[in-house]
Design a protein around this ligand. Sequence first.
Ligand SMILES: [Zn+2]
Length: 348
Amino acid sequence: MKINSVTGEIGRNDLGVVTTHEHVLLDLTAFYEHKEVEGVIDASTQKVEMWNLGILSRDCYALKDNLLLTDEETQLKEIEYFKKAGGNTVVDASLPGIGRDPKALKRIAKKTGLNIVMGTGFYVGATHPEALSTMTDEEVAQIMVNELTVGVDGTDIKAGYIGEIGISEIFDDKERKVLRASAIAQRKTGVAINVHINPWTTNGIEAMEILLNSGVKPEKICISHIDVENNYDYVLTLLKRGVYVEFDNFGKEYYIKREVRNSGYGLFVRDTERVTFLKRLIDEGYLNQILLSCDVCLKNLLHTYGGWGYDHLLKNVVPMMEDKGITKEQIETLLIKNPADWLTGKGE
Ligand SMILES: [Zn+2]
């Protein structure tokens, strides 16, 4: 099937090299909690600068400014690095409450020549609009179907998939409702679904089961953020049911400091460990169920602020994969074939 990009319908052969989970524009300040930060006068107004990058590498949420990818000119320049590195399609995971902006996405797609596929649905419960609490599953699904078939925010710019649907550390009933609604919308439209799972939990199992039990085919489901802890048993439970799992934290190698760590915010493995884990899953026969991206969601991940940017996967991780013995053909499957299968359907 064809899917919507923000600049119009595209088919399987238009997709090329895909990053399946990025935020071209993003505002995560809904999750900012003011705290005193050593050496910083006011953490809610302090800009991300060279001298505070060390602070951010031990607590990404320390400065409010780090949670804002909203400067269109900077974001345009940053996403262009992905294009220059050989990328063709960006699946954008931002939703209402975290800065989704259809018109800006369309401007950026036109200027860069990238396909940008925008999402529909709702992120974690903390960002849900009040009205959602009294709506039925069908009513929530209808919002998604409208955005997939008519347009978003009064424009004619359509969403091309459902996601990233948000599941918090503590899975709440509103989030379950959005998942059931996603399943209804998926069955009506045939599009792919991506589910954000708090990475330090195994909530992906319940999320997957809700979708499967609601009649969504496993090959349309992607469970995100499985590469923060590399929990093999958890990931295997997902893979055995036929869904996609997504390595989407390449570039985040943070050893979060003890004082701010909690059950929903912990340590990140390093890219080398991710590639080792990826190789293991490939060797065990799961090549066709894996998607890759960097999920750039913080300012300090951008080149402008000393990070590796949206091109990290293609420029730095691909060579690491080759060094580990992952073949060129397997890498093509991961970057081209699997995303096309997930987004447009197998062999279509
Ligand atoms: Zn996410």
